[in-house]
Write a protein that binds this ligand. Structure first.
Ligand code: FAD
Length: 464
């Protein structure tokens, strides 16, 4: 296959092509975001080098059947491993999930051709993406970035990247530090567990763990399990475990305080409002006034942003707000030499990462102009006011549940690209609605056939 076509050079009003800078750029991570970054950076004429601590591309989608922490105390901690459980199927239809110009379509190579496939199919798709756009050659596998130091500002910026090879590849090279013109952080945000603060949990005698380390239901056979959190992971894992457990009690902060109901179709799966406290005799008390003697509390309470390789003072992470970030991507003072891709949540991650990557690549080459540092900071402050006006907690700063497509289209406009297709937006809304109405069956039943037809028609434009 030929490489991607380079982006056409921008022609100014007097028809003089602008001079584009070609930079040496370090990309941290080879998940969906890092792959999108590598592709867009090279397309723009840059020289990306991707650092990946795992042995293949795919990040989140590389299933690890032996998550490292085994004893319960450790299971609350993060580990480099991915957070996938064995039964995981996508929570979005594949047509919506895929990159904008590389359809996630079922084909002869598919390991699961369904619309909401198992995780193995997503990994296959990402590997295929990396092969199709010749990205493997840009990636240093089993190489973990340990420090990033950004020196200078504006045009004179340099970035020192330190890294170490993990044991399996230790013999390969001695070099441990290099200089780059810019760094693009694509390290993902689903490996550092966030834990629910449950009064009394320190003296509660049962086992506590986070969904980060959950894999299969078997260890929960005949047990009473409390699941804290009822979003994607909490909902899926509760149902997974209910197949073997004695009782499963799911606590959902969003449910009214008096909620205590058995879920339809299950003899042993209960929905409650939040957990009130845990007690030393093994009880877990819910806000609805009921209590159960439980063996396990499983926290499905999400993850924290973490950038252990960035020195102090580059950005701060406070209650999951990364400060300061212009449009969730650039640190104003260091823009465009330090950029983050894939941070927003409640989004469709692959297309969003692709558009962010294109924006970053264009800003680095000089094809796309960024506002001044002061204007970017002004925008950051406006975002914080908006979050406050919505009554959201600080940790929702990077949540785009109301405006992800507006954000995507804004990025596309900056890049001179078409925005997200209407069928994709409508299909996303239809899938979310169906998931709420029909959480048991939304992956098997749908009524967006007209949108599916439009998507398949659109995909004919891409003959990869
Ligand atoms: P990741 O996939 O996490 O990739 C980050 C990469 O960076 C990893 O490969 C990691 O090894 C590497 N890395 C980290 N630190 C370093 C370092 N210091 N040095 C070198 N390498 C480093 N999205 C969907 O679209 N549909 C779904 O159905 C869906 N389901 C999900 C289910 C679960 C349980 C989870 C956790 C996530 C799900 N997602 C889903 C979101 C998913 O995370 C994104 O789709 C996407 O994979 C994120 O890609 P990323 O590249 O940003 O991060």
């Amino acid at each position: 296959c030929p490489l991607d076509l380079p982006r056409e050079s921008i022609v100014t009003e007097d028809s003089t092509p602008t001079t584009m800078r070609s930079l040496r750029v370090a990309v941290i991570g080879a998940g969906a975001a890092g792959l999108a970054a590598a592709r867009e950076l090279r397309r723009e004429g840059h020289a990306p080098v991707v650092f990946e601590r795992a042995g293949d591309v795919g990040g989140t989608w590389i299933y690890d059947d032996q998550p490292k922490p085994i004893n319960w105390a450790m299971e609350m901690e993060g580990g480099g491993h991915s957070s996938l459980y064995a039964s995981l199927r996508t929570n979005l239809p594949r047509e919506v999930m895929g990159f904008l110009d590389f359809p996630f379509a079922a084909g002869p190579e598919s390991v699961d051709p369904r619309r909401f496939p198992r995780h193995q199919e997503v990994l296959r798709y990402l590997q295929e993406f990396a092969r199709r756009f010749h990205l493997y050659g840009l990636i240093r596998f089993r190489t973990e970035v340990t420090h990033v130091v950004v020196q200078g500002g504006g045009g004179g910026c340099k970035v020192r990247v330190s890294w170490r090879r993990n044991a399996a590849a230790a013999a390969a090279t001695e070099q441990e530090e290099e200089e780059y013109d810019a760094v693009v952080v694509c390290n993902g945000h689903y490996t550092e567990p966030r834990i629910a603060d449950i009064p009394g949990s320190e003296s509660w005698p049962g086992k506590q763990m986070h969904s980060h380390s959950y894999r299969v239901p078997d260890p929960f056979r005949d047990q009473v399990v409390v699941i804290v959190g009822a979003k994607n992971s909490g909902g899926d894992i509760s149902r997974d475990i209910a197949g073997v457990a004695k009782e499963v009690h799911m606590a959902n902060r969003a449910s009214p305080a008096a909620t205590c109901e058995r879920l339809q179709g299950y003899h042993n799966l209960w929905l409650h409002s939040m957990v009130e406290r845990a007690e030393a005799d093994g009880s877990v008390v819910f806000r609805d006034g009921t209590s159960v003697r439980a063996h396990v509390i499983l926290h499905c309470t999400g993850y924290k942003y973490s950038f252990p390789f960035l020195g102090d003072g580059v950005v701060s992470v406070d209650d999951n707000r990364i400060h300061p970030l212009y449009k969730h991507v650039f640190v104003p003072q260091l823009a465009p030499h330090l950029a983050f891709i894939g941070l927003p949540f409640k989004v469709v991650p692959f297309p969003l990462a692709q558009l962010q990557a294109s924006w970053v690549a264009g800003a680095l080459s000089g094809r796309i102009q960024l506002p001044s540092e002061e204007e970017m900071m002004e925008d950051v402050r406006a975002l914080y006011s908006e979050v406050e006006a919505l009554g959201w907690p600080v940790r929702y700063t990077h949540c785009l549940k109301h405006n992800q497509f507006e954000y995507d289209d804004w990025l596309a406009e900056q890049c001179g690209l078409a925005g997200v297709e209407d069928w994709r937006k409508q299909m996303y809304d239809a899938a979310c609605k169906k998931k709420v109405e029909c959480p048991e069956r939304y992956r098997e039943e749908w009524d967006d056939h007209h949108l599916l037809e439009q998507a398949n028609h659109h995909f004919q434009n891409y003959s990869y």
